[in-house]
Ligand binder design. Sequence first.
Ligand code: ADP
Ligand code: ADP
Length: 234
Amino acid sequence: DMSIHLNKVSKTYHLKGRTVEALKETSLDIEDGEIFGLIGYSGAGKSTLLRLINLLEEPSTGTVMVNGENLTQLSKNELRVKRQKIGMIFQQFNLIESKTVYDNIEFVLKASKYDKKQVPKRIKELLDLVGLSDKSEILASNLSGGQKQRVGIARALANDPDVLLCDEATSALDPDTTKSILKLLNNINKTLGITIVIITHEMEVIKEIADRVGVMSAGEIIEIGPTYDVFSHP
Ligand code: ADP
Ligand code: ADP
């Protein structure tokens, strides 16, 4: 059972004598199996919030609980293992461009010490899922943007995560490709039951896919609710 709870989480950055409060006592509960969207302008604190969930950063104050565990109390090694159960996709895909589709996915399975004998079968399964079964030996650099994001999704799902975090995952794609990637994400949510958290500055993306949405501004969630409710009033 997947769950994410942020309780009064603050994150303060110190930069050249300047202090930035990227998150201000933010609380948030994300439910098992939902597609949750977080929308806001650049600098609102969306990525900071995502990095806290992905265990890449520690809160300055407050607690982050994923799957009922308080992450602030885990060792570095324990965190690394937990991170394998959190998939993430990125605006710029973050593939190794000089390697094949297959190698890009194998890379994370090796890192997680996935049973070696099962790796080829697992990669085939993942490529089938994202619709790239015939692209296994293509270099990442030769793929279109939409295909690259499909590889990104396959890689993110390789270790069978409970949650998939999407950081502006369609912002580099044209509208039609965006639609097809959102359709795939929706499918993954419905068939595999994976909770999805999407951060974006694009309202269309939220309207298309999110069950619930939080609106972020200046380090705070200023409004939250079902997408239909949040966006249906003037
Ligand atoms: P968003 O993802 O909504 O664009 P961010 O979480 O990236 O917002 O940024 C929130 C605020 O925190 C911004 O003012 C940003 O400049 C600042 N910030 C983010 N990361 C860092 C960092 N590593 N060091 C210093 N300031 C940062
Ligand atoms: P590094 O510490 O050198 O970034 P990582 O093991 O964190 O090494 O990441 C290796 C590659 O896997 C990178 O391309 C990164 O973007 C990707 N990656 C890291 N974490 C995840 C994740 N949770 N889901 C999907 N891809 C990830």
